[in-house]
Design a protein around this ligand. Structure first.
Ligand SMILES: Cc1cc2nc3c(=O)[nH]c(=O)nc-3n(C[C@H](O)[C@H](O)[C@H](O)COP(=O)(O)OP(=O)(O)OC[C@H]3O[C@@H](n4cnc5c(N)ncnc54)[C@H](O)[C@@H]3O)c2cc1C
Length: 304
């Protein structure tokens, strides 16, 4: 399997990359970790004339704490994310997601910017970013713009980005005392894409009542789905396991997931309820300063 011939460009600055993207237009593709793009090129499912290799842009590989939020550069690998203590302590659901992306080979080379730009709805980060109200920053030769994660993912392999734009970084809130988050994924075997993924953010207020909450699901449609009714029915309550279980049932009325090689629509619906419930319970545990029960990082027998 060989890709169609193309011209290779290696860039050494962000401005060089955006200038080249502007000049070459839709005939150019960016290369980051190559974990999605290269197989597609070899199968000739994607064909283009120019490859713009951004892997030399080390300034796009970082995880930084700016006090209120964490900034993650586009070329930060899944391995960087899963092994970052800063992330584990301040944005645990993003750390949970990195830990379950593909296998170690994918995690060593694949990047967060690649996942978000490629946007496979079964990918792990998108639901996490939506649940955290993250901001995604992209640049063109003319300017930089910030987009909310909620609107960024439009449909299968489609985002708000234009072909002349480069994804620069993601900003997620740094969790404060009384806040917790968790991401859980159902996969057939370790290394698979999700059958369903559930991300939860919870903020506890006085007397342990839920002050704020957001739950988002992946692999259940063309975009991450926000379980609004589930969150609304729990905000203001001192949550019990039974309440969370009942609230998760509301998901059934909003989901019509596709059937595919990984699972039937009916199975996905049932599992979305189970995984949303568990993600919320783990986010609450973390908000209370306790260990989560269900997240993969806490499963010693997961053959990773
Ligand atoms: C076997 C296998 C299993 C996988 N399992 C999972 C999984 O369980 N969960 C999961 O989430 N993902 C999974 N992936 C996908 C993996 O995470 C890839 O790393 C990711 O989709 C692409 O990242 P990349 O850095 O390799 O990007 P590339 O493959 O280099 O690029 C992918 C696309 O994004 C564009 N792009 C890349 N970076 C930028 C940027 N900064 N700005 C603009 N456009 C950009 C490229 O032009 C290309 O169109 C899997 C992939 C494989 C092959």
């Amino acid at each position: 399997l060989r890709p169609k011939r193309f011209t290779y460009h290696s860039v050494s600055s962000i401005s060089e990359a955006t200038a080249l993207l502007k000049e070459l237009g839709p005939n150019a593709k960016i290369l980051a970790g190559g974990q999605s793009l290269v197989p597609l090129m070899k199968l000739r499912l994607v064909e283009f004339e120019h490859l713009v290799d951004i892997t030399a842009l080390k300034e796009l590989r970082y995880i930084r704490d700016d006090g209120a939020s964490l900034q993650v550069g586009a070329l930060t690998t899944h391995h960087d994310l899963e092994t970052s203590l800063l992330l584990r302590n301040n944005s645990p659901s993003l750390s949970d997601a990195a830990y379950v992306v593909g296998d170690p080979l994918i995690r060593n080379r694949g990047t967060i910017g690649g996942v978000l730009s490629h946007y496979d709805p079964s990918a792990d980060y998108p639901a996490v970013l939506v649940s955290l109200d993250a901001t995604i920053t992209i640049a063109s030769q003319e300017d930089e713009r910030d987009l909310g994660a909620d609107g960024f993912f439009e449909d299968f392999f489609t985002t708000q980005m234009r072909p002349d734009e480069l994804l620069l970084r993601v900003r997620v809130p740094s969790l404060q005392k009384g806040e917790g988050s968790a991401y859980l994924k159902l996969e057939k075997a370790v290394g698979d894409f999700a059958i369903v993924g559930a991300a939860a953010f919870v903020q506890l207020g006085p007397q342990g009542r839920i002050a704020r909450m957001k739950v988002a699901l992946s692999a259940v449609g063309g975009r991450p789905v926000v379980a609004e009714e589930m969150a609304n029915s729990l905000v203001g309550e001192v949550p019990t396991q039974k309440m969370v279980e009942d609230a998760a049932q509301t998901i059934l009325s909003i989901l019509t997931p596709p059937s595919d090689i990984r699972a039937s629509s009916a199975y996905r619906r049932e599992m979305a309820v189970v995984f949303a419930r568990r993600a919320v319970l783990d986010a609450i545990s973390r908000a209370e300063g306790k260990n989560p029960v269900f997240v993969a990082q806490n499963q010693p027998l997961r053959a990773n």
